[in-house]
Write a protein that binds this ligand. Structure first.
Ligand SMILES: [Zn+2]
Length: 496
């Protein structure tokens, strides 16, 4: 818990509220009907007595630029989920991550001006039995995030819907928890009232008002909760509400919305909580098979908490003369760790490398995001696993120095672990490409004959291995050029 709070304080001090909105549609009628059917007082009492924590797995999907860059690191996203865990602690709902992170390097989708491309992506890639969260840039659409209520959105069944978060809003401490609230059936407190305050939810909580005053309707209007104050404010506001003269309901009572409610449109800095009835409704959604009950289908991994920091081994502390473009980092395994974050800071300040290494691997070949030549570097590693990723201890920093950038030797080094075989081919033969450090990357291939004439070109995504059909029917000598991020190597091929 101490670690969770540390993560929370960190996230709040860095980002303060932005006035962008939530793009979630008003709750559909079947959601409102389902909320009305809940016996909320009984569920609230049950939650208080029931100490069972409901664990929800999260699949993170990161949309990045064509070049593979994103506005936040994966570790920042871990921190945001840690903050959400603080927000949902009283609800006895906790989120954990899956080891795998899905990446989509596509600038068009990243900066899309409508939701079509991301919805298509969700239809195709949503994983079953988890909460699918897509991180992208919603700046073009003026949105912080949006989500789908149960039984709506792209995909179907146990992989339907999810949440979409704008990178700019991930660290504000409120938006992710807010969108997750929608995903778990919570409407905005102003739903149905902001567009018609006179006919919406009334301010009074007295069910036996004396006529002509009208009684409370909070279980059948607005968000269907009586412990969230009636709210008519459907646009972003701050942390202090100042009602205008006409901000009254049918009884003439002033609306005084509660800025502490996560589901409201108050400022991000003050939106911090769910009410008892909202928590009970979220739990009910997770306990109802036809809503989000499938999220509890997968067994939560049994993992120890991470109690120690990694010990760095390579490059040796104080090493000099390292090549900026292909440095291998290594550290000793930490018990229980399946995920590591590696950061390298040039001159101890500028973050040139910040990456997540999954699958329990304890080394990383740095061949893509180039380190700078002639710099002193500090680097560090933090260990995580799927259930313990909040405020974990980071290694002592180690130092190394890079040497000059030597253009003549760079290209071969960049492709150091790329295997290209066979180079002695039958006619019409295929060539296989394999290389761990380039896995998931797009390679451009060009096949030329001895006079330099271009015969074939192809873009290949390296996934495990890839093959390239030469379609060469004539024996002779050919040259295959392989390019990636401005580097290239050439391999000579002989067709028998
Ligand atoms: Zn919303």
């Amino acid at each position: 818990m101490k670690k969770l709070l540390a993560a929370l304080v960190l996230s709040l001090t860095v980002f303060v509220g932005r006035a962008q909105e939530c793009g979630t549609e008003p709750a559909p009628q079947y959601i409102l009907d389902a909320l009305e059917r809940l016996n909320l007082p009984a569920l609230v009492a049950a939650r208080t007595e029931d100490d069972t924590i409901i664990y929800v797995p999260i699949q993170m999907h990161l949309i990045r630029s064509d070049a593979g860059t994103a506005a936040l690191s994966e570790a920042d996203l871990f921190t945001a989920i840690c903050t959400m865990n603080v927000r949902y602690t009283d609800a006895k709902i906790q989120f954990y991550i899956t080891d795998q992170i899905f990446y989509y390097d596509n600038s068009t989708i990243l900066n899309a001006s409508d939701g079509n491309s991301i919805s298509s992506l969700m239809s195709a890639n949503n994983k079953p039995y988890v909460m699918n969260i897509y991180f992208t840039n919603l700046g073009q659409r003026g949105l912080n995030g949006y989500a789908w209520y149960p039984n709506s959105g792209p995909g179907s069944g146990v992989r339907q819907g999810g949440a979409v978060m704008s990178y700019s809003a991930v660290m504000n401490g409120a938006t992710l928890s807010h969108e997750t609230g929608h995903y778990l059936s919570l409407p905005h407190p102003f739903d149905g009232t902001s567009n018609n305050p006179l006919m919406g939810e009334r301010v009074t909580r007295n069910f036996n008002e004396t006529p002509p005053r009208l009684p409370a309707n909070c279980y059948n209007a607005g968000d269907r909760f009586c412990d969230t104050k009636a709210d008519k404010r459907g646009a972003r506001w701050g942390c202090t509400y100042s009602p205008a003269a006409g901000d009254t309901d049918l009884n003439g009572d002033f609306f005084w919305p509660d800025s502490s409610l996560l589901m409201s449109y108050a400022g991000d800095a003050c939106r911090i909580r769910l009410t008892d009835e909202q928590m009970a409704a979220c739990r009910s959604t997770l306990q109802t098979p036809n809503d989000r009950g499938y999220l509890t289908f997968l067994p939560r991994p049994v993992q120890p908490s991470i109690n120690s920091a990694p010990v760095l081994t390579l490059p040796a502390n104080g090493a000099t003369g390292l090549h900026p473009n292909f440095t291998t980092f290594a550290w000793d395994p930490v018990p229980g760790a399946t995920i590591y974050r590696l950061r390298a800071l040039s001159n101890g300040v500028v973050v040139d490398l910040d990456t997540i290494i999954r699958g329990g691997q304890t080394s990383y070949f740095h061949g893509h995001n180039k380190l700078r030549p002639n710099r002193s570097y500090q680097w560090e590693v933090t260990a995580y696993n799927e259930t313990d990723f909040c405020g974990n201890p980071t290694s002592t920093r180690s130092t190394f120095q890079t040497t000059n950038f030597t253009a003549t030797s760079v290209d071969e080094g960049f492709f150091a672990d790329l295997q290209v075989f066979p180079t002695l081919l039958e006619r019409n033969g295929s060539i296989y490409l394999q290389g761990e450090s380039l896995n998931g990357k797009r390679l451009q291939l060009e096949l030329r004959n001895m006079t330099g004439q271009l015969l074939r070109s192809e873009n290949l995504q390296l996934e495990g291995d890839a093959h390239f059909h030469t379609e060469l029917n004539t024996s002779g000598v050919y040259y295959l050029t392989i390019r990636h991020e401005g580097y290239r190597i050439v391999r000579k091929l002989v067709v028998q």
